[in-house]
Design a protein around this ligand. Structure first.
Ligand SMILES: NC(=O)c1ccc[n+]([C@@H]2O[C@H](COP(=O)([O-])OP(=O)(O)OC[C@H]3O[C@@H](n4cnc5c(N)ncnc54)[C@H](O)[C@@H]3O)[C@@H](O)[C@H]2O)c1
Length: 413
């Protein structure tokens, strides 16, 4: 079988992570990169890692002409522009078998819908990259519990959290460019993974129907004067004027259309989790059974005492968003696999080879965007939002949260 040729647009944090993951995927190469910054470095990494003859392309169109599928790994605020360029390239003859887009699909429902329409116009299969749904730990938990669920009844509560001390690039912190704060950035992961855990085995990821959402957004750490100043100095964003939430929690209620049973997904996300580094936490509770995942529980612990700490140059090698380089460190030996990146690439490549959408397509990404935006609406109203209400559905179509508009002070202070 011919090797599948992937091209990356964007060469920042996630592109590098996905390139590491690609080393563990059989039959696929990284053959090209286009990015404003970092493309040469990523192409060199690909060459050195045996990922293929990777070239840097000066335009989206040229990259699209030289690969089988492209992955959109650029910041949220340039998504629509970049996907527009991909679609133009396809219409001009680029032989793409698929387009991948990282989470969140859109910063608003309107933007996510526009992306779906663009892909449809180009008639190219899509993959929405929500890595957590592909995590081996989640898949293993659900496989192990499948007969139990059959006997006892489905999971009724899934809780999902993604938390760390704050993002690495200024644009993430700017709600007008990113689309919000931690709810937009990471709530999409937790809502998606909890929804998936609740979904009965063998059913479509959108089988359970969203019924209602409640949510709180808050600025717990980065609004305090000393941390606000640190953020201004380090990232150039002023949370006194244009704040975003660094903490969110809420509940999405889903209904089973066959049985009428209601089940709940609780999400919690923060950018003020000052523990060792990134933590993904999921648990699920059903009648008489449960599972729990905590990615900070690694089989590997490393201890670095004060006397030895000077020798440690790069704390991030221990764990994504590491906060410490001494003491007892949780070190994850294979994060790209742990977080689901390997499996999501494998799934997309297999689907595109077969001429179809990945397990999670952009329509699914649109639905996640809708739930995240409904959560912002619930936070603003301080009330549960009824997703079955036609008026609410219409409102969400053109809704832009106050936080994303740069008016977060009205909600958070
Ligand atoms: N699934 C995950 O766990 C995960 C983790 C991090 C980021 N992400 C998502 O991936 C996307 C990228 O995030 P990141 O952390 O890699 O960002 P980043 O800022 O580290 O990197 C962005 C890359 O895009 C390039 N770029 C920016 N504008 C461009 C343009 N107009 N044309 C071409 N290249 C351009 C930059 O030069 C850079 O190489 C975001 O949507 C983010 O939400 C997902």
């Amino acid at each position: 079988m011919d090797r599948f040729r992937l091209g990356f647009i964007g060469a920042g944090f996630i592109a590098k992570f996905q390139a590491v993951a690609l080393k563990m995927v059989r039959g696929a190469d990284l053959v090209g990169v286009h990015a404003l910054k970092g493309a040469e470095e990523l192409a060199a990494f690909a060459q050195d890692s045996g990922l293929g003859e990777c070239r840097v392309y000066p335009s989206v169109a040229e990259l699209c002409n030289h690969c089988d599928a492209v992955a959109v790994f650029v910041p949220n605020f340039v998504r629509v522009d970049i996907v527009g360029q991909i679609v133009d390239a396809v219409k001009a003859g680029a032989p793409l078998k698929g387009i991948i887009c990282e989470k969140p699909l859109g910063r608003t429902v309107a933007e996510a819908r526009q992306l779906c329409a663009l892909a449809k116009d180009a008639a190219v299969p899509t993959a929405y990259f929500e890595n957590q749904i592909h995590m081996k730990a989640i898949r293993a938990a659900l496989a192990q519990l499948a007969p139990t669920q059959q006997a006892m009844g489905p999971l009724t509560l899934a809780r999902s959290a993604e938390e760390h001390g704050g993002p690495h690039e200024p644009w993430f912190w700017d709600p007008t460019r990113q689309g919000g704060g931690v709810l937009s950035d990471m709530g999409c992961h937790s809502i998606g993974s909890a929804w998936f855990c609740l979904t009965p085995a063998g059913k479509d990821p959108r089988f359970l129907e969203p019924v209602s959402v409640n949510c709180e957004t808050a600025l717990l750490k980065w609004g305090q004067p000393q941390y606000r100043q640190e953020l201004l100095d380090r990232m150039g964003v002023d949370y006194a004027k244009v704040p975003a939430e660094d903490f969110t929690t809420g509940v999405v209620t889903f209904g089973n259309p066959e049985t009428g049973q209601l089940v709940k997904a609780q999400f919690t996300n923060s950018w003020m989790y000052d523990k060792q580094g990134l933590r993904l936490y999921m648990d699920g509770l059903g009648p008489g059974y449960a599972f729990e995942i905590n990615t900070l529980r690694s089989p590997l612990e490393v201890f670095i005492g004060d006397a030895a700490a000077e020798a440690v140059a790069d704390a991030e090698t221990a764990l994504e968003k590491s906060t410490a380089s001494r003491g007892l460190l949780a070190v994850e030996p294979n994060e790209a696999d742990l977080y689901g990146y390997v499996d999501e690439i494998e799934d997309a490549v297999a689907a595109f080879r077969a001429g179809k959408d990945a397990f999670l397509n952009w329509e699914y990404g649109l639905e996640i965007t809708r739930l995240v935006q409904a959560a912002y609406l619930a936070g603003e109203r301080r009330a549960t939002v009824d997703l079955t209400d036609a008026a609410v559905q219409k409102e969400l179509d053109s809704y832009v949260s106050l936080i994303a508009q740069g008016k977060g002070a009205d909600v958070l202070f």
